[in-house]
Design a protein around this ligand. Structure first.
Ligand SMILES: Nc1nc2c(ncn2[C@@H]2O[C@H](COP(=O)(O)OP(=O)(O)OP(=O)(O)O)[C@@H](O)[C@H]2O)c(=O)[nH]1
Ligand SMILES: [Mg+2]
Length: 257
């Protein structure tokens, strides 16, 4: 976890414990643990609560969600999981393969969409990703689909050209929600990534992936404390159903388990 989080937890502990009188026989370790749990809960709970399905249900139709982040964090896999979740909730999604950049990106989405029986709108390799997103939105309007999920190419936070391209995708597709996908294994670099995407396009919430591999979840703690944006969902595996709503209580239990 980041230095700021560490410092804040230490301060909380000091404030809560220093000078406090404990009865003889009290389990001191237990008192420290309970205090620490409370501090961690407060950090992660402030960012929780945004519900994607609810947002789509009450939002404009079609509700457009754009997903972006650096290379390999799990954007495409997450979109497949979100499409699965939307379908299960009785909503009709359309997926836009607006990653026209990486070889086989379109095929990867095609594979998922076929399995999930979800409409995929593609463009030619190297074609304008913004126009792919636009076509998907037009298609969703035509067929009355409630939600459009826009996949974008992975881009390093330092790549100015690709950031410009992403700005264009966002400008043209006018998303109702912009999701930054972060890899929970990125540690504190996730914060640098978030800063760059915030400066360039802005985002409304975060999905953290590979939480099944992230032993204790320090990245989640740093992200919740320092970004001031909701952690919407967590990717906890490679299956379609391994996307869960972020639950602060579950997180605290996990840290201490
Ligand atoms: N264990 C685990 N693996 C995941 C999770 N999410 C994604 N992955 C894996 O991470 C790898 C990259 O996933 P992609 O969805 O292709 O990532 P991407 O961000 O679309 O990658 P680019 O489009 O190349 O930038 C794949 O092997 C996924 O199966 C997760 O929650 N848990
Ligand atoms: Mg991808």
């Amino acid at each position: 976890m980041s230095y700021t989080v560490t410092e804040s937890l230490l301060n909380d502990l000091k404030t809560a414990l220093m000078g406090r009188k404990l009865r003889r026989g009290t389990d001191v370790e237990e008192v420290v643990r309970t205090t620490l749990k409370k501090s961690i809960y407060e950090i992660v709970a402030q960012g929780a609560g945004l519900d994607l399905i609810e947002a789509v249900k009450v939002g404009p139709k079609p509700y457009v969600i754009v997903f972006f982040g650096i290379n390999g964090v799990g954007k495409t896999t997450t979109i497949a999981k979100v499409a699965y979740m939307m379908k299960k909730a009785g909503l009709v999604p359309v997926v836009a393969a607006a990653d026209t950049f990486r070889a086989a990106a379109q095929e990867q989405l095609e594979y998922h969409c076929k399995k999930l029986e979800v409409t995929l709108i593609k463009g030619k390799y190297g074609s304008d990703p913004a126009s792919v997103a636009y076509s998907a939105i037009t298609h969703a309007k035509k067929v009355g689909a409630q939600v459009v999920l826009v996949d974008t190419a992975g881009r390093m936070n330092t790549d100015a050209d690709l950031m410009e391209e992403l700005k264009r995708v966002v400008r043209i597709s006018k998303p109702n929600m912009r999701i930054l996908v972060l890899d929970s294994l990125a540690g504190n670099d996730a914060l640098n990534q978030a800063k760059a995407f915030e400066e360039n396009v802005g985002y409304d919430g975060v999905i953290l992936t590979k939480v099944d591999a992230d032993v204790k979840g320090g990245t989640i703690l740093s992200v919740a404390k320092e970004l001031g944006k909701p952690v919407v969902m967590l990717g906890v595996g490679q299956e379609y159903d391994s996307l869960v709503k972020f639950d602060p209580e579950w997180f605290v239990e996990r840290v201490f388990s």
